[in-house]
Write a protein of this length. Structure first.
Length: 384
C-alpha cells in the first residue's frame, strides 16, 4: 500500500504514522510532504492508494518552512486533475472545523475532513475506515479488451495463467495473470465502436490499470499488409467522421497515437529474434511461414467491409494505413481521455483483405497470434 502523508507538524505526523503502522503490520510505503511545493509535485507525479491531507502548510521547503498558510484550494485543484483523482483521501486538521474555509473546498473534491486532537481519538476511526477501503479495493495492473469471445479464447493458447470468469458491474471479465501481475480480459456485450467505448471507459475508470491492450482480428490493406500479418496500431482513427455535402462525403478524421515512449518500446520489441518463433509455436498454417509484425496506422469503423472499392476509399485517408477493424479507436480514446493515464496499444491479425473473399478460415490462428503478441509484450513491459 502506497500512502502520501501531507503534514508539517512533527508531533501530529508521528502520531498519524504510528497509527497507520499499527493497522498494517506488514509495512507500508509511506511518503511525506511538509510543504505545498513538495505535496503538489508528489500528487501530480505518482499514484497512491491513500492520501492524507492537511489544510495549512508552508509554501516551500526552500524558504525555511515559513508560516503555514491555508493551501486547500491549491491542493484540491491539483488532486482533482491528477492521476490520483479516484484515490481514497482524508484531510486531518488541528483547526476547528467551524472556522475553516477549506472544508467545502476539500469536500467539493471528494475529500472528507476530520478534526485532530491529541486528547480525542475519533479521527482514528475515520482513518481506519479509509485504510479498510483501500485493503478491499482490487486494483489491476493491466486490462485487455477483445471484441469477440473467440478473440479472448486466444489467451488459452498463451502462457498466461487463466482464472475464472466474473461478472463485475455488468462487464464480462476473465481473470488473467501475466508476469505475476493481475489483470482482466474483457469482452463487450456486442462488437463495434459504441459498445467498446462503453466498456473500455467504464473498466479503465474502475480498475485504474497501468496499461491497457487490445487483440483480435482485422482486414488488411492490399500492398501494406497481407494475411496473418500482425498490425500494431501506431495511430488510430474513425474513418466515418466527417460531413456529407453535395452527395459527397468529406472526411474529417481525428487521430490518436500511442504514447511516444511506448511506441519506441514496441518498435524495438517487434525486432526481437525469437518473437515470431514464440508467436507461431504449435500453429501449423501455411500463412504462418512468412507473417510480419507491422507498427502502422490503423482505422476503425462500425461496419464490416467486404468491398474492394470501399476499402480503397477508406485507405485514401492515410497513405500508410495497414488495417481496418471495428473497435480499437474506442479503446484508444477511452485510455487517452482517462485521468489515470494508462499506457495503451492494440494489435490485430489480418484475416482477410476487406473484399468479397472474406471468410472465417484464419480466425482461430489469428486470435491466437494476436493474443500471444500481447502476452509476450506485457510479460516484458510489466516486469520493467
Amino acid at each position: 500500500m502506497e500512502i502520501l502523508l501531507i503534514e508539517d507538524d512533527d508531533n501530529k505526523r508521528a502520531d498519524i504514522e504510528a497509527f497507520i503502522s499499527s493497522l498494517i503490520p506488514g509495512g507500508v510505503g509511506l511518503e511525506f510532504a511538509c510543504a505545498l511545493d513538495d505535496a503538489r509535485r508528489k500528487i501530480l507525479a505518482k499514484s497512491y492508494d491513500l492520501i492524507v491531507f492537511d489544510f495549512f502548510l508552508p509554501l516551500s521547503r526552500q524558504d525555511g518552512l515559513s508560516t503555514p498558510q491555508d493551501v486547500s484550494n491549491e491542493l484540491a485543484a491539483d488532486f482533482r486533475y491528477s492521476k490520483n483523482y479516484q484515490t481514497e483521501t482524508i484531510a486531518i486538521t488541528q483547526y476547528k472545523l467551524d472556522d475553516s474555509k477549506g472544508i467545502p473546498v476539500f469536500n467539493g473534491a471528494g475529500i472528507s475532513v476530520v478534526h485532530y486532537a491529541q486528547d480525542d481519538e475519533s479521527w482514528k476511526d475515520s482513518l481506519k475506515q479509509k485504510i479498510n477501503r483501500v485493503n478491499n479495493f482490487v486494483r489491476y495492473d493491466f486490462l485487455i479488451f477483445c471484441a469477440l469471445t473467440k478473440e479472448r479464447d486466444g489467451y488459452r493458447l498463451t502462457d498466461a495463467e487463466i482464472g475464472d470468469f466474473r461478472n463485475i458491474d455488468g462487464m464480462s471479465c476473465l481473470d488473467l495473470c501475466i508476469a505475476q501481475k493481475k489483470g482482466l480480459c474483457l469482452v463487450p456485450k456486442k462488437p463495434g465502436l459504441v459498445n467498446m467505448a462503453v466498456i473500455a471507459a467504464k473498466a479503465i475508470e474502475k480498475f485504474q490499470p497501468k496499461i491497457v491492450a487490445m487483440s483480435g482480428i482485422c482486414a488488411g490493406v492490399e500492398g501494406d499488409s497481407k494475411l496473418m500479418d500482425l498490425v500494431v496500431g501506431q495511430l488510430c482513427w474513425e474513418y466515418q467522421t466527417g460531413k456529407f455535402k453535395a452527395n459527397k462525403f468529406q472526411s474529417e478524421p481525428y487521430q490518436i497515437s500511442i504514447p511516444h515512449d511506448l511506441e519506441v518500446d514496441l518498435s524495438q520489441f517487434i525486432q526481437g529474434e525469437d518473437l515470431k518463433k514464440k508467436i507461431r509455436k504449435g500453429l501449423f498454417f501455411e500463412k504462418m511461414n512468412d507473417f510480419d509484425i507491422i507498427l502502422a496506422p490503423l482505422s476503425s469503423g462500425s461496419a464490416v467491409i467486404s468491398d474492394n472499392k470501399k476499402m480503397q476509399e477508406i485507405g485514401e485517408q492515410h497513405r500508410k494505413m495497414a488495417a481496418l477493424e471495428m473497435e480499437m479507436f474506442s479503446m484508444y480514446e477511452a485510455a487517452y481521455q482517462s485521468l489515470c493515464a494508462p499506457l495503451f496499444f492494440g494489435v490485430k491479425a489480418v484475416v482477410d483483405m476487406g473484399d468479397d473473399k472474406k471468410n472465417d478460415q484464419l480466425h482461430a490462428p489469428a486470435c491466437a497470434t494476436s493474443a500471444r503478441f500481447v502476452y509476450e509484450f506485457l510479460s516484458w513491459k510489466l516486469q520493467s
